[in-house]
Design a protein around this ligand. Structure first.
Ligand code: ADE
Length: 285
């Protein structure tokens, strides 16, 4: 997968070189291009914004800067050809794509995610977007390319997206019901959620199959050694060696935590018919 980010604060995206994403870059599973929007600004001040038509506070980002930037990023031409591919902060990991992720597999995933539409997804982080969820992350993890457009100020001139729709599948997404200063932090969040779902990125496939949200419930508590710590014991079932009982206990804990923290998710699971008699019994207690 290739991620491109267009921003006026390229250094903000540096964390993408580290940890799990850095490892994916080093192994050739991921490529990340970070582009400074000001490279497409023409005036001496490299300005990227202007006052809004109709009046009001704040500034709106200019179409004459964003338009050519997005044209170049989709084609990897102009300044987008030359700059910005991040190198991993984690050298020394073998630079091979793991066996289970053949190019064909990745191509098939992308085709399935996009219904055969090969235009890259243009992600626009904005509090006015549709909620970003685990389903969004799952869907995007099968794409070949994602391009993120980081707006600041009062946003980006709407015509940029109306025009970009010829070359991109445009998706406006929000992290939640609060307002950030710009889209950069949202990109870090979304990139991490997406990249960890690409086959071969996490060592153990089950670690994301059992994630919170993957089955619509929150994950229950986890324990490791020692069995007793500060007089607190690990629940006995986890050391019983009875896998059936462990699975049931984990399911119960997931149900109880979800009911406590996110009753809306329990209602949704109930409406989908995902809760059996035993589940409903646990919740009833
Ligand atoms: N930019 C500003 N606020 C945002 C939010 N809540 N989600 C995504 N991008 C944003």
């Amino acid at each position: 997968m290739r991620l491109d980010v267009v921003t006026i604060f390229p250094e903000y995206l540096d964390p993408l070189r580290h940890a799990l994403l850095g490892r994916a870059i080093e192994r050739g599973i991921l490529e990340v291009g970070v582009h400074n929007l000001r490279d497409w600004a023409h005036d001496v001040h490299k300005s990227v914004d202007d006052t809004p038509f109709g009046g009001g506070p704040g500034m709106v980002m200019k179409p004459e800067v964003w338009g050519p930037a997005l044209d170049d990023v989709v084609a990897l031409t102009g300044p987008a050809a030359a700059d910005g591919v991040l190198d991993s902060a984690l050298p020394h990991v073998p630079a091979t794509v793991p066996e289970q992720v053949s190019a064909q597999d990745r191509g098939e995933d992308a085709a399935a995610a996009s219904d055969g539409d090969r235009r890259p997804v243009l992600v626009v982080p904005t509090p006015g977007g549709a909620p970003f969820t685990q389903d969004t992350a799952q869907r995007w993890s099968g794409e070949d390319r994602l391009v993120f457009a980081c707006g600041r100020y009062e946003g980006i001139d709407q015509r940029v997206f109306d025009d970009a729709a010829q070359r991109y599948r445009v998706e406006e997404v929000s992290l939640g019901d609060y307002v950030l200063i710009g889209g950069e932090v949202a990109v870090l969040v979304m990139a991490e959620a997406v990249v960890r779902l690409i086959p071969g990125v996490l060592g153990n496939r089950r670690s994301h199959e059992e994630d919170s949200f993957q089955d619509g419930l929150l994950e229950g508590p986890a324990y490791t050694k020692p069995r007793v710590w500060r007089d607190l014991e690990v629940p006995a079932v986890l050391t019983s060696g009875d896998h059936g009982k462990v699975d049931r206990w984990r399911r119960d804990q997931a149900l109880l935590r979800t009911a406590r923290q996110r009753p809306d998710l329990i209602e949704a699971a109930r409406a989908r018919g995902d809760l059996d008699r035993q589940d409903l019994g646990v919740l009833g207690e």
